[in-house]
Design a protein around this ligand. Sequence first.
Ligand code: 13P
Length: 332
Amino acid sequence: MTETLADIAQALVLDGKGILAADESTGTIKKRFDSIATESTDSSRRDYRELLFRAPDIDKYISGVILYDETLRQTAADGTPLAKVLQDQGIIPGIKVDLGAKALAGHPGETITEGLDGLRDRLNEYASLGAKFTKWRGVYHITDESPSFAAIHANAHALARYAALAQEAGMVPIVEPEILMDGEHDINVCQAVSEEVLRSVFAELANQEVELEGILLKPNMVISGQDCPDQNSIDEVAERTLDTLKRCVPAAVPGIVFLSGGQSDELATAHLDAMNKLGHNLPWKLSFSYGRALQAAPLLAWGGKSENATAMQAAFIKRAEDNSKAATGTYA
Ligand code: 13P
């Protein structure tokens, strides 16, 4: 039986499982390693990620892992390709395919995500290396002047072009429009901007005739800015996020997998749990595609030292298990 895009998308959000985002670019992972005074080299990055991928029972909680280009080409210490380490446990390898957010012409402080030129060839190679899904992140900044019409529409268009190309290559696109938490704005502003961004993204996906049954949406939660004095309750964030998604995301989309953004790892879990407790008969699964909210604890426990491997893996599995419970609304 051939596996359809919808089959892959559904498998990624099955049974309270979620996605580990381990696709930090070389620059970003260096920042993470700097925070634990560990040098970032190709072998330290490999060792760290291999420990995550081989954590005992990872397959109970994690359906897929988003990799960075380097990792998809790397082998484990014993010579097994890292993608195969995942596949052998029934975990689906994915790949980040955008080339980063670059300055948007004429709009100081705003960005457009690049990487469409030559993307078809890169996608075909990634598929041959075992990737079954992909990620592209558009970034939106809230200030008094932004996001501008230009940033909203340019990023939505790029996300849709990317999604169409990923589906053509037989891979599920994760469509990630991220409204950053930076700033003093309150939850009302975040909600209004999130609705405008999501509407534009789904309009462009329709224009490019992307099959909605074969995508996953990776949005921010609706939450006040990091520097806003008014921080909302867990239930308020959950309700506002659910209201926004119900207004903007078609029922054909099989799953919504949140990013954690600048939230603490425990809040990211509590918010997802609250949404699954509050939401009844939702058309889509609500799960996670966390980077920092899954990795902050194991990174600290590891500290770049091989003797901490067991503690590191235990810290990761605890975060994965808690988020898996949150994905079914059963986190205490
Ligand atoms: P965070 O959960 O750390 O926001 O990362 C998710 C991600 O993949 C951002 O693109």
